[in-house]
Design a protein around this ligand. Structure first.
Ligand code: ATP
Length: 306
């Protein structure tokens, strides 16, 4: 009886651990209200990444069939390049990121990485290849070390510390009485937005995936913090394929392509200079940001609240 009890109890612990991680990931994507609905197809292949080139081909998507969100969206991120998405709040920017991570299956079209359709590869191999620095990092109710190592299970303490150093969070962690063993998250130490984002960057640096998704924070970090985080993100993105949901001009000017999304459609696209010359939506957002408006790459002032 005891022999049977121990393994079952052990399995229970593992089950709770896994369930907690999934809950945390769901929260990270604001998906708590929905059951995850994607599944591996029988005999799904492992994603084989060479350069991590991304293609969206005529992608349409709705969370709820009655309300289409993305309409016929096509774009490409060549291997090692950066594509930035800008547009008003609710235009579907984060949805693009969720679809690339395959939190949902699309209604029409195709999404591929290095020519392999997302629907046909295992979710685990897909997610191993993608690093996400979300707008608002949700930390797991565990130690700082666990939260960073989550990027690469089995990483050594030295590797965790090296990633934390690169993300400029090591000194802060070391200054706490319990150091890397400090509990964080909802039931632990509350970190500031910037500190949480650094933990997410450390996690991503440790994971070192070929494809990165950055969802830039809209909340105003103070500008020196912002510059430091920006520099860390740039270092993490070196030679990687990057999809960035951008709120700042400094992020988009060097993008291979900028997509302007409005109500789920790409209404303008091109390099920064070319878009300025078009004198359209992007040029208007740019002028507003130049004149000191905040977050205008994400939302025109008329749509901002608070
Ligand atoms: P923001 O700049 O404010 O983050 P966004 O451009 O990233 O906005 P999305 O989060 O992609 O916008 O949302 C696009 C639309 O899809 C919105 O109208 C939103 O209400 C809707 N939406 C987002 N998530 C869900 C969901 N889980 N279920 C139903 N509708 C959703």
């Amino acid at each position: 009886m005891i022999q049977l009890y121990i393994p079952l109890n052990f399995l229970g612990v593992i089950y709770r651990e896994i369930k907690q991680s999934l809950t945390d990931l769901d929260k990270m994507f604001g998906l708590l209200e929905r059951e995850r609905e994607v599944a591996d197809v029988p005999g799904a292949a492992e994603l084989a990444v060479s350069g991590a080139a991304v293609r969206f081909e005529s992608v349409s998507f709705s969370y709820d069939k009655a309300r289409p969100i993305l309409h016929d969206v096509s774009f490409e991120i060549p291997a090692g390049k950066k594509v930035a998405v800008v547009g008003p709040s609710g235009s579907g920017k984060s949805t693009l990121a969720r679809l690339l991570y395959r939190f949902y299956d699309i209604d029409a079209g195709r999404i591929t990485i290095d020519g392999q359709e997302l629907r046909k590869v295992t979710q685990s191999s897909l997610r191993r290849s993608i690093g996400i620095v979300p707008q608002d990092t949700v930390l797991f109710n565990d130690t700082v070390a666990y939260n960073i190592a989550y990027g690469r299970p089995g990483a050594s303490q030295a590797e965790v510390e090296a990633a934390a150093r690169a993300a400029h969070i090591h000194n802060f962690i070391s200054s706490m009485p319990n150091g890397y063993a400090t509990m964080v998250g909802e039931r632990g130490l509350k970190l500031s937005g910037g500190e949480k984002q650094r933990v997410a960057i450390a996690r991503t640096l440790l994971k070192n995936p070929p494809l990165l998704i950055f969802d830039e924070a809209t909340s105003a970090l103070d500008s020196s913090n912002e510059r430091a985080i920006q520099a860390e993100l740039e270092a993490a993105a070196q030679d990687k394929t990057v999809l960035v949901i951008a709120h700042r001009l400094s992020t988009v000017v060097d993008a291979h392509e900028i997509l302007v999304l409005e109500a789920g459609r790409i209404v303008e696209r091109g390099h920064h200079e070319a878009l300025l010359a078009q004198q359209g939506t992007y040029a208007r957002m740019w002028r507003l940001q130049q004149s000191g408006g905040e977050q205008v790459l994400a939302a025109p002032p008329a749509e901002q609240s608070g």
